[in-house]
Design a protein around this ligand. Structure first.
Ligand code: ADP
Ligand code: GLC
Length: 486
Protein backbone atom coordinates (compact mmCIF):
# COMPACT_ATOMS: atom_id res chain seq x y z
CA UNK A 1 0.00 0.00 0.00
CA UNK A 2 1.55 3.39 -0.93
CA UNK A 3 1.75 5.44 2.19
CA UNK A 4 -0.19 8.66 2.71
CA UNK A 5 1.96 11.50 4.01
CA UNK A 6 0.16 13.70 6.51
CA UNK A 7 1.39 16.85 8.24
CA UNK A 8 -0.22 17.08 11.68
CA UNK A 9 -0.19 20.66 12.99
CA UNK A 10 -0.56 21.07 16.73
CA UNK A 11 0.33 23.49 19.51
CA UNK A 12 1.15 20.70 21.98
CA UNK A 13 2.07 17.01 21.86
CA UNK A 14 3.08 14.43 24.46
CA UNK A 15 5.83 13.88 25.57
CA UNK A 16 7.21 17.32 24.71
CA UNK A 17 4.55 19.78 25.85
CA UNK A 18 1.13 19.23 27.40
CA UNK A 19 -1.62 21.33 28.93
CA UNK A 20 -4.50 18.90 28.28
CA UNK A 21 -5.97 16.11 26.21
CA UNK A 22 -4.98 17.68 22.89
CA UNK A 23 -1.36 16.82 23.68
CA UNK A 24 -2.19 13.17 24.41
CA UNK A 25 -4.03 12.90 21.11
CA UNK A 26 -1.50 14.76 18.94
CA UNK A 27 1.27 12.68 20.51
CA UNK A 28 -0.55 9.38 19.92
CA UNK A 29 -1.79 9.94 16.36
CA UNK A 30 1.43 9.09 14.45
CA UNK A 31 1.60 5.62 16.03
CA UNK A 32 -2.17 5.19 15.68
CA UNK A 33 -2.02 5.94 11.96
CA UNK A 34 1.15 4.06 11.04
CA UNK A 35 -0.56 0.62 10.85
CA UNK A 36 -2.99 2.10 8.31
CA UNK A 37 -0.39 3.20 5.80
CA UNK A 38 -0.13 6.80 7.00
CA UNK A 39 3.22 8.43 7.68
CA UNK A 40 2.48 11.35 9.96
CA UNK A 41 4.91 14.21 10.54
CA UNK A 42 4.10 16.52 13.44
CA UNK A 43 4.71 20.28 13.24
CA UNK A 44 5.22 22.01 16.61
CA UNK A 45 6.27 25.49 17.78
CA UNK A 46 9.75 25.61 19.30
CA UNK A 47 8.89 26.42 22.93
CA UNK A 48 11.85 26.15 25.33
CA UNK A 49 10.82 22.63 26.43
CA UNK A 50 10.63 21.47 22.83
CA UNK A 51 13.99 23.02 21.92
CA UNK A 52 15.60 21.40 24.96
CA UNK A 53 14.13 18.01 24.11
CA UNK A 54 15.27 17.93 20.48
CA UNK A 55 18.82 19.05 21.25
CA UNK A 56 20.98 19.54 18.17
CA UNK A 57 18.63 19.23 15.22
CA UNK A 58 19.11 19.62 11.48
CA UNK A 59 17.95 22.85 9.82
CA UNK A 60 15.77 22.27 6.77
CA UNK A 61 14.49 25.74 5.98
CA UNK A 62 14.91 29.37 6.94
CA UNK A 63 12.70 32.47 7.03
CA UNK A 64 13.96 36.06 7.02
CA UNK A 65 10.58 37.13 8.37
CA UNK A 66 7.86 34.70 9.41
CA UNK A 67 4.98 36.95 10.47
CA UNK A 68 7.76 39.49 10.98
CA UNK A 69 10.17 37.26 12.93
CA UNK A 70 13.26 35.40 11.78
CA UNK A 71 12.76 31.64 11.99
CA UNK A 72 14.17 28.30 10.94
CA UNK A 73 12.65 24.87 10.62
CA UNK A 74 14.40 21.99 12.35
CA UNK A 75 13.85 18.30 11.90
CA UNK A 76 13.83 15.76 14.73
CA UNK A 77 11.91 12.72 15.97
CA UNK A 78 8.87 12.40 18.19
CA UNK A 79 8.77 8.89 19.64
CA UNK A 80 10.35 7.60 16.44
CA UNK A 81 8.09 9.57 14.10
CA UNK A 82 9.15 12.61 12.05
CA UNK A 83 8.86 16.00 13.75
CA UNK A 84 9.37 19.51 12.39
CA UNK A 85 9.93 22.29 14.89
CA UNK A 86 9.62 26.02 14.21
CA UNK A 87 12.54 27.70 15.90
CA UNK A 88 11.46 31.33 16.09
CA UNK A 89 12.91 32.80 19.29
CA UNK A 90 10.89 36.02 18.98
CA UNK A 91 7.68 34.00 18.99
CA UNK A 92 8.20 30.94 21.14
CA UNK A 93 11.31 31.13 23.30
CA UNK A 94 9.94 32.51 26.51
CA UNK A 95 9.26 31.08 29.94
CA UNK A 96 5.67 30.29 30.91
CA UNK A 97 3.10 28.06 29.21
CA UNK A 98 2.45 27.59 25.52
CA UNK A 99 -0.42 30.11 25.60
CA UNK A 100 0.06 32.16 28.74
CA UNK A 101 2.81 33.68 30.84
CA UNK A 102 3.73 32.26 34.22
CA UNK A 103 0.93 34.29 35.84
CA UNK A 104 -1.66 32.77 33.51
CA UNK A 105 -2.13 35.83 31.27
CA UNK A 106 -2.56 35.11 27.54
CA UNK A 107 0.45 36.16 25.51
CA UNK A 108 -0.66 39.37 23.75
CA UNK A 109 0.91 38.22 20.47
CA UNK A 110 -0.78 34.81 20.38
CA UNK A 111 -2.33 35.76 17.04
CA UNK A 112 1.15 36.17 15.56
CA UNK A 113 2.53 33.05 17.26
CA UNK A 114 -0.20 30.78 15.91
CA UNK A 115 -0.66 32.48 12.55
CA UNK A 116 3.01 31.61 12.11
CA UNK A 117 2.23 27.96 12.88
CA UNK A 118 -0.45 27.94 10.18
CA UNK A 119 1.72 29.80 7.69
CA UNK A 120 4.57 27.32 8.09
CA UNK A 121 2.18 24.38 7.66
CA UNK A 122 0.83 25.80 4.41
CA UNK A 123 4.36 26.53 3.17
CA UNK A 124 5.60 23.02 3.92
CA UNK A 125 2.52 21.50 2.27
CA UNK A 126 3.13 23.81 -0.67
CA UNK A 127 6.60 22.37 -1.18
CA UNK A 128 8.76 25.00 0.53
CA UNK A 129 11.06 22.39 2.05
CA UNK A 130 13.00 20.38 -0.51
CA UNK A 131 12.35 16.67 -0.29
CA UNK A 132 9.26 16.99 1.91
CA UNK A 133 5.94 16.38 0.18
CA UNK A 134 2.61 15.99 1.91
CA UNK A 135 -0.72 14.64 0.71
CA UNK A 136 -2.82 16.24 3.44
CA UNK A 137 -2.65 18.68 6.37
CA UNK A 138 -4.37 17.81 9.65
CA UNK A 139 -4.83 20.83 11.92
CA UNK A 140 -5.84 20.71 15.59
CA UNK A 141 -7.98 23.39 17.29
CA UNK A 142 -7.81 27.16 16.81
CA UNK A 143 -4.04 27.28 17.27
CA UNK A 144 -3.65 25.43 13.97
CA UNK A 145 -6.80 26.85 12.38
CA UNK A 146 -4.85 29.19 10.11
CA UNK A 147 -3.21 26.23 8.34
CA UNK A 148 -6.33 25.33 6.30
CA UNK A 149 -7.00 29.07 5.86
CA UNK A 150 -3.59 29.77 4.33
CA UNK A 151 -3.97 26.71 2.10
CA UNK A 152 -7.29 28.08 0.89
CA UNK A 153 -6.63 31.80 0.71
CA UNK A 154 -2.89 32.25 0.36
CA UNK A 155 -1.08 29.12 -0.80
CA UNK A 156 2.48 29.40 -2.07
CA UNK A 157 2.58 30.33 -5.75
CA UNK A 158 2.34 27.21 -7.95
CA UNK A 159 1.72 24.98 -4.92
CA UNK A 160 -0.16 21.74 -5.55
CA UNK A 161 -3.62 21.67 -4.00
CA UNK A 162 -3.33 19.85 -0.67
CA UNK A 163 -6.55 18.99 1.21
CA UNK A 164 -6.92 19.66 4.91
CA UNK A 165 -8.81 18.43 7.95
CA UNK A 166 -9.42 20.37 11.15
CA UNK A 167 -10.16 18.54 14.37
CA UNK A 168 -12.13 20.42 16.98
CA UNK A 169 -10.97 19.31 20.41
CA UNK A 170 -12.87 22.11 22.08
CA UNK A 171 -15.31 24.53 20.43
CA UNK A 172 -15.15 26.87 23.43
CA UNK A 173 -11.74 28.20 22.42
CA UNK A 174 -12.35 30.25 19.28
CA UNK A 175 -8.97 31.96 18.92
CA UNK A 176 -10.60 35.40 18.55
CA UNK A 177 -8.55 38.54 17.89
CA UNK A 178 -9.10 42.20 17.06
CA UNK A 179 -9.67 42.84 13.38
CA UNK A 180 -6.71 45.22 13.43
CA UNK A 181 -4.42 42.16 13.03
CA UNK A 182 -5.91 41.43 9.62
CA UNK A 183 -3.34 43.19 7.41
CA UNK A 184 -0.46 41.42 9.18
CA UNK A 185 -1.95 37.97 8.48
CA UNK A 186 -1.30 38.29 4.76
CA UNK A 187 -4.73 37.11 3.63
CA UNK A 188 -6.54 38.56 0.62
CA UNK A 189 -9.24 41.16 1.46
CA UNK A 190 -12.06 38.82 0.54
CA UNK A 191 -11.10 36.49 3.42
CA UNK A 192 -12.78 39.04 5.72
CA UNK A 193 -16.29 37.75 5.16
CA UNK A 194 -19.10 35.96 6.89
CA UNK A 195 -18.04 32.73 5.20
CA UNK A 196 -14.40 33.59 5.85
CA UNK A 197 -12.39 34.48 8.94
CA UNK A 198 -14.84 37.07 10.36
CA UNK A 199 -16.65 36.09 13.58
CA UNK A 200 -18.81 38.73 15.28
CA UNK A 201 -16.59 41.57 14.09
CA UNK A 202 -13.34 39.86 15.07
CA UNK A 203 -10.96 37.43 13.43
CA UNK A 204 -11.40 33.85 14.64
CA UNK A 205 -8.69 31.32 13.87
CA UNK A 206 -11.07 28.47 14.68
CA UNK A 207 -13.59 29.80 12.21
CA UNK A 208 -10.83 30.29 9.63
CA UNK A 209 -10.11 26.57 9.95
CA UNK A 210 -13.76 25.47 10.04
CA UNK A 211 -14.68 27.30 6.83
CA UNK A 212 -11.49 26.41 4.98
CA UNK A 213 -10.81 22.76 5.78
CA UNK A 214 -12.08 20.03 3.47
CA UNK A 215 -13.41 18.14 6.46
CA UNK A 216 -14.12 18.88 10.11
CA UNK A 217 -13.74 16.20 12.70
CA UNK A 218 -14.45 16.25 16.38
CA UNK A 219 -13.40 13.83 19.01
CA UNK A 220 -16.63 11.93 19.72
CA UNK A 221 -19.81 11.15 17.78
CA UNK A 222 -22.07 12.71 20.41
CA UNK A 223 -20.10 16.00 20.45
CA UNK A 224 -20.34 16.06 16.63
CA UNK A 225 -24.12 16.15 17.05
CA UNK A 226 -24.13 18.50 20.05
CA UNK A 227 -22.19 21.25 18.26
CA UNK A 228 -25.06 21.63 15.80
CA UNK A 229 -27.04 23.15 18.69
CA UNK A 230 -26.58 26.59 20.29
CA UNK A 231 -25.85 25.17 23.79
CA UNK A 232 -22.66 23.54 22.49
CA UNK A 233 -21.92 25.25 19.18
CA UNK A 234 -20.47 28.42 20.76
CA UNK A 235 -21.80 30.48 17.85
CA UNK A 236 -20.58 28.06 15.18
CA UNK A 237 -23.74 25.90 15.20
CA UNK A 238 -25.01 27.43 11.93
CA UNK A 239 -21.69 26.84 10.23
CA UNK A 240 -21.53 23.25 11.50
CA UNK A 241 -25.12 22.59 10.44
CA UNK A 242 -24.34 24.04 7.00
CA UNK A 243 -21.32 21.79 6.59
CA UNK A 244 -22.92 18.76 8.28
CA UNK A 245 -21.94 16.43 5.42
CA UNK A 246 -18.31 17.36 6.10
CA UNK A 247 -18.42 16.81 9.87
CA UNK A 248 -17.31 13.51 11.41
CA UNK A 249 -17.09 12.33 15.01
CA UNK A 250 -14.08 10.09 15.61
CA UNK A 251 -13.54 9.01 19.20
CA UNK A 252 -10.12 9.52 20.76
CA UNK A 253 -8.22 6.43 21.77
CA UNK A 254 -5.75 5.97 24.58
CA UNK A 255 -2.11 5.15 24.24
CA UNK A 256 -1.57 1.77 25.89
CA UNK A 257 2.17 2.39 26.03
CA UNK A 258 1.51 5.22 28.50
CA UNK A 259 -1.63 3.98 30.18
CA UNK A 260 -1.82 0.35 31.25
CA UNK A 261 -2.00 -0.68 34.89
CA UNK A 262 -0.11 -3.92 34.21
CA UNK A 263 3.00 -1.99 33.17
CA UNK A 264 2.88 1.47 34.67
CA UNK A 265 6.14 2.49 36.33
CA UNK A 266 4.31 5.19 38.32
CA UNK A 267 2.34 2.63 40.36
CA UNK A 268 3.39 1.09 43.67
CA UNK A 269 1.75 -2.16 42.51
CA UNK A 270 0.92 -3.13 38.95
CA UNK A 271 -2.16 -5.22 38.28
CA UNK A 272 -4.52 -6.62 35.66
CA UNK A 273 -8.24 -7.43 35.78
CA UNK A 274 -7.50 -10.75 37.47
CA UNK A 275 -5.57 -9.15 40.30
CA UNK A 276 -7.72 -6.24 41.32
CA UNK A 277 -6.88 -6.85 44.98
CA UNK A 278 -3.40 -5.54 44.21
CA UNK A 279 -4.93 -2.11 43.77
CA UNK A 280 -5.20 -1.91 47.56
CA UNK A 281 -1.48 -1.17 47.85
CA UNK A 282 -1.94 1.76 45.46
CA UNK A 283 -4.95 2.97 47.39
CA UNK A 284 -3.08 2.92 50.70
CA UNK A 285 -0.17 4.77 49.09
CA UNK A 286 -2.55 7.37 47.70
CA UNK A 287 -4.27 7.88 51.05
CA UNK A 288 -0.89 8.45 52.63
CA UNK A 289 0.17 10.83 49.88
CA UNK A 290 -2.99 12.95 50.30
CA UNK A 291 -3.08 12.68 54.09
CA UNK A 292 -6.42 10.86 54.02
CA UNK A 293 -7.84 8.46 56.61
CA UNK A 294 -7.58 4.78 55.78
CA UNK A 295 -10.99 3.17 55.87
CA UNK A 296 -13.44 1.07 53.91
CA UNK A 297 -15.37 3.92 52.30
CA UNK A 298 -14.97 4.86 48.64
CA UNK A 299 -12.01 6.99 47.64
CA UNK A 300 -13.14 9.42 44.94
CA UNK A 301 -10.59 11.18 42.78
CA UNK A 302 -10.64 14.10 40.34
CA UNK A 303 -7.85 15.01 37.90
CA UNK A 304 -8.80 18.07 35.98
CA UNK A 305 -8.57 21.65 34.93
CA UNK A 306 -10.51 23.60 37.57
CA UNK A 307 -12.98 25.31 35.27
CA UNK A 308 -16.67 25.80 34.58
CA UNK A 309 -16.49 23.35 31.63
CA UNK A 310 -15.41 20.61 34.02
CA UNK A 311 -18.19 21.38 36.53
CA UNK A 312 -15.62 21.90 39.26
CA UNK A 313 -17.64 24.75 40.75
CA UNK A 314 -20.40 22.19 41.42
CA UNK A 315 -18.00 19.61 42.86
CA UNK A 316 -16.53 22.30 45.11
CA UNK A 317 -20.00 22.61 46.69
CA UNK A 318 -20.24 18.87 47.34
CA UNK A 319 -17.23 18.16 49.50
CA UNK A 320 -19.37 18.15 52.67
CA UNK A 321 -21.66 15.62 50.98
CA UNK A 322 -18.74 13.34 50.10
CA UNK A 323 -17.39 13.45 53.63
CA UNK A 324 -20.93 13.04 55.00
CA UNK A 325 -21.55 9.74 53.21
CA UNK A 326 -18.27 8.26 54.42
CA UNK A 327 -16.37 8.99 51.22
CA UNK A 328 -13.05 10.69 50.69
CA UNK A 329 -11.84 12.87 47.83
CA UNK A 330 -8.33 13.27 46.42
CA UNK A 331 -8.24 16.11 43.91
CA UNK A 332 -5.44 17.13 41.56
CA UNK A 333 -6.02 20.19 39.44
CA UNK A 334 -5.33 23.78 38.66
CA UNK A 335 -7.28 26.60 37.12
CA UNK A 336 -9.69 29.24 38.40
CA UNK A 337 -8.29 30.82 41.54
CA UNK A 338 -11.60 30.82 43.43
CA UNK A 339 -12.04 27.08 42.86
CA UNK A 340 -8.51 26.40 44.05
CA UNK A 341 -9.34 28.29 47.27
CA UNK A 342 -12.68 26.53 47.63
CA UNK A 343 -11.02 23.11 47.51
CA UNK A 344 -8.27 24.21 49.89
CA UNK A 345 -10.95 25.41 52.30
CA UNK A 346 -12.78 22.08 51.98
CA UNK A 347 -9.58 20.20 52.81
CA UNK A 348 -9.13 22.38 55.90
CA UNK A 349 -12.75 21.71 56.97
CA UNK A 350 -12.45 17.96 56.48
CA UNK A 351 -8.97 16.81 57.44
CA UNK A 352 -8.51 13.15 56.53
CA UNK A 353 -11.52 13.23 54.21
CA UNK A 354 -10.66 15.77 51.50
CA UNK A 355 -7.12 16.02 50.10
CA UNK A 356 -6.14 18.61 47.52
CA UNK A 357 -3.12 19.07 45.29
CA UNK A 358 -3.09 22.22 43.22
CA UNK A 359 -0.78 21.93 40.24
CA UNK A 360 0.00 19.69 37.32
CA UNK A 361 1.62 16.32 38.00
CA UNK A 362 1.61 13.59 35.39
CA UNK A 363 3.01 10.79 37.57
CA UNK A 364 0.59 11.59 40.40
CA UNK A 365 -2.29 11.41 37.91
CA UNK A 366 -1.27 7.81 37.16
CA UNK A 367 -1.02 6.94 40.86
CA UNK A 368 -4.50 8.33 41.40
CA UNK A 369 -6.05 6.28 38.58
CA UNK A 370 -4.26 3.22 39.96
CA UNK A 371 -5.44 3.69 43.56
CA UNK A 372 -8.73 5.63 43.47
CA UNK A 373 -12.07 3.81 43.53
CA UNK A 374 -14.01 6.20 41.30
CA UNK A 375 -13.14 9.25 39.22
CA UNK A 376 -15.58 12.18 39.21
CA UNK A 377 -16.12 13.94 35.85
CA UNK A 378 -19.12 16.28 36.08
CA UNK A 379 -18.38 18.16 32.84
CA UNK A 380 -20.97 20.58 31.41
CA UNK A 381 -19.61 19.69 27.99
CA UNK A 382 -16.85 17.27 27.06
CA UNK A 383 -15.73 16.88 23.45
CA UNK A 384 -14.22 13.48 24.29
CA UNK A 385 -12.57 13.36 27.67
CA UNK A 386 -9.62 11.13 28.37
CA UNK A 387 -9.63 10.77 32.13
CA UNK A 388 -12.75 8.55 32.02
CA UNK A 389 -10.93 6.31 29.51
CA UNK A 390 -7.89 6.10 31.78
CA UNK A 391 -10.26 5.39 34.68
CA UNK A 392 -11.91 2.54 32.76
CA UNK A 393 -8.54 1.03 31.88
CA UNK A 394 -7.38 1.28 35.51
CA UNK A 395 -10.50 -0.02 37.24
CA UNK A 396 -11.16 3.46 38.68
CA UNK A 397 -14.88 3.64 37.96
CA UNK A 398 -15.96 6.80 36.09
CA UNK A 399 -18.85 8.87 37.45
CA UNK A 400 -19.71 11.15 34.53
CA UNK A 401 -22.19 13.65 33.16
CA UNK A 402 -24.01 12.30 30.12
CA UNK A 403 -22.51 14.57 27.47
CA UNK A 404 -20.09 14.38 24.52
CA UNK A 405 -17.49 11.66 24.73
CA UNK A 406 -18.52 10.84 28.29
CA UNK A 407 -21.92 9.72 26.95
CA UNK A 408 -20.20 7.63 24.27
CA UNK A 409 -17.74 5.72 26.45
CA UNK A 410 -19.41 4.87 29.77
CA UNK A 411 -22.31 2.47 30.35
CA UNK A 412 -24.43 3.55 33.30
CA UNK A 413 -24.93 1.04 36.09
CA UNK A 414 -28.72 1.17 35.95
CA UNK A 415 -30.46 -1.99 37.17
CA UNK A 416 -30.81 -3.43 33.66
CA UNK A 417 -27.14 -2.88 32.83
CA UNK A 418 -26.07 -4.32 36.19
CA UNK A 419 -28.26 -7.35 35.66
CA UNK A 420 -26.95 -7.84 32.12
CA UNK A 421 -23.43 -7.50 33.48
CA UNK A 422 -22.43 -4.67 31.13
CA UNK A 423 -22.21 -1.57 33.34
CA UNK A 424 -18.91 0.33 33.41
CA UNK A 425 -19.69 3.44 35.45
CA UNK A 426 -22.27 5.93 36.64
CA UNK A 427 -23.87 8.57 34.41
CA UNK A 428 -26.16 11.45 35.29
CA UNK A 429 -28.04 14.10 33.35
CA UNK A 430 -27.48 17.82 33.72
CA UNK A 431 -24.78 19.12 36.02
CA UNK A 432 -26.36 20.52 39.19
CA UNK A 433 -25.70 20.19 42.90
CA UNK A 434 -28.54 17.66 43.20
CA UNK A 435 -27.71 15.50 40.17
CA UNK A 436 -24.05 15.23 41.05
CA UNK A 437 -24.82 14.57 44.72
CA UNK A 438 -27.13 11.73 43.80
CA UNK A 439 -24.64 10.27 41.31
CA UNK A 440 -21.96 10.29 44.01
CA UNK A 441 -24.33 8.61 46.46
CA UNK A 442 -25.28 6.03 43.85
CA UNK A 443 -21.59 5.28 43.19
CA UNK A 444 -21.01 4.93 46.94
CA UNK A 445 -23.85 2.47 47.31
CA UNK A 446 -22.62 0.38 44.36
CA UNK A 447 -19.17 0.44 45.93
CA UNK A 448 -20.66 -1.02 49.10
CA UNK A 449 -21.78 -4.08 47.07
CA UNK A 450 -18.31 -5.49 46.41
CA UNK A 451 -19.40 -8.15 43.93
CA UNK A 452 -21.29 -5.70 41.79
CA UNK A 453 -18.47 -3.16 42.00
CA UNK A 454 -15.87 -5.68 40.92
CA UNK A 455 -17.86 -6.56 37.82
CA UNK A 456 -18.19 -2.86 36.95
CA UNK A 457 -14.43 -2.47 37.34
CA UNK A 458 -13.69 -5.52 35.22
CA UNK A 459 -16.12 -4.50 32.50
CA UNK A 460 -14.36 -1.18 32.22
CA UNK A 461 -10.95 -2.81 32.07
CA UNK A 462 -12.18 -5.11 29.29
CA UNK A 463 -13.28 -2.17 27.08
CA UNK A 464 -11.13 -1.54 24.05
CA UNK A 465 -10.42 2.17 23.79
CA UNK A 466 -7.15 1.70 21.97
CA UNK A 467 -6.58 3.67 18.79
CA UNK A 468 -7.35 0.73 16.45
CA UNK A 469 -10.79 1.68 15.13
CA UNK A 470 -10.22 5.43 15.29
CA UNK A 471 -6.86 5.23 13.52
CA UNK A 472 -8.62 3.35 10.74
CA UNK A 473 -11.39 5.95 10.57
CA UNK A 474 -8.89 8.84 10.22
CA UNK A 475 -6.94 6.94 7.55
CA UNK A 476 -10.13 6.29 5.57
CA UNK A 477 -11.09 9.96 5.81
CA UNK A 478 -7.65 11.09 4.62
CA UNK A 479 -7.79 8.68 1.66
CA UNK A 480 -11.23 9.94 0.66
CA UNK A 481 -10.19 13.61 0.76
CA UNK A 482 -7.01 12.97 -1.19
CA UNK A 483 -8.97 11.05 -3.81
CA UNK A 484 -11.53 13.88 -4.04
CA UNK A 485 -8.78 16.46 -4.60
CA UNK A 486 -7.12 14.60 -7.46
P1 ADP B 1 -9.08 18.50 28.67
O1 ADP B 1 -8.16 18.31 27.54
O2 ADP B 1 -10.35 19.18 28.32
O3 ADP B 1 -8.44 19.13 29.86
P2 ADP B 1 -9.13 15.57 28.78
O4 ADP B 1 -9.83 14.66 29.71
O5 ADP B 1 -9.27 15.30 27.34
O6 ADP B 1 -9.58 17.05 29.15
O7 ADP B 1 -7.57 15.53 29.02
C1 ADP B 1 -6.96 16.00 30.18
C2 ADP B 1 -5.58 15.40 30.24
O8 ADP B 1 -4.79 16.17 31.13
C3 ADP B 1 -5.57 13.99 30.78
O9 ADP B 1 -4.43 13.31 30.28
C4 ADP B 1 -5.43 14.23 32.29
O10 ADP B 1 -4.90 13.13 32.98
C5 ADP B 1 -4.49 15.40 32.30
N1 ADP B 1 -4.59 16.31 33.45
C6 ADP B 1 -5.54 17.25 33.69
N2 ADP B 1 -5.26 17.95 34.79
C7 ADP B 1 -4.11 17.43 35.28
C8 ADP B 1 -3.28 17.73 36.43
N3 ADP B 1 -3.58 18.71 37.27
N4 ADP B 1 -2.16 17.00 36.60
C9 ADP B 1 -1.84 15.99 35.75
N5 ADP B 1 -2.57 15.67 34.67
C10 ADP B 1 -3.68 16.38 34.43
C1 GLC C 1 -10.11 18.91 24.62
C2 GLC C 1 -11.45 18.48 25.22
C3 GLC C 1 -11.43 17.05 25.71
C4 GLC C 1 -10.76 16.12 24.70
C5 GLC C 1 -9.37 16.65 24.38
C6 GLC C 1 -8.62 15.78 23.38
O1 GLC C 1 -9.25 19.43 25.54
O2 GLC C 1 -11.87 19.35 26.25
O3 GLC C 1 -12.76 16.60 25.93
O4 GLC C 1 -10.65 14.83 25.25
O5 GLC C 1 -9.47 17.92 23.83
O6 GLC C 1 -9.32 15.62 22.17
Amino acid sequence: MPSIRVLSVASEAVPLVKTGGLADVAGALPSALAPHGVEMTTLLPGYPAVMAAIGKARRIHGYGALLGEPARLLTAKLDGHPLIVIDAPGLYRREGGPYTDAAGREWPDNWRRFAALGRVAADIAGGAVKGRRFDLVHAHDWQAGMAPAYLRYAPLPDAPRVPSVITVHNMAFVGGFDRAILPALGLPDYAWAIDGVEFYGRVSFLKAGLVSADAITTVSPTYAEEIRRPEFGMGFEGLIEGRADRVHGILNGIDAAQWSPAADPALAASYGHRHLNRRTANKRALEAEFGLDQDDGPLFIAITRLTWQKGMDVLAGLTDHIAGIGGRLALLGSGDAWMESAFHAAAARHPGRIGVRIGYDEALSHRMQGGGDAILIPSRFEPCGLTQLYGLAYGCVPVVARTGGLADTVIDANPAAVQAGVATGVQFDGVTHETLASAISRAASLYRQPEVWRIIQKNGMACDFSWGASGKAYAALYARLIEETR
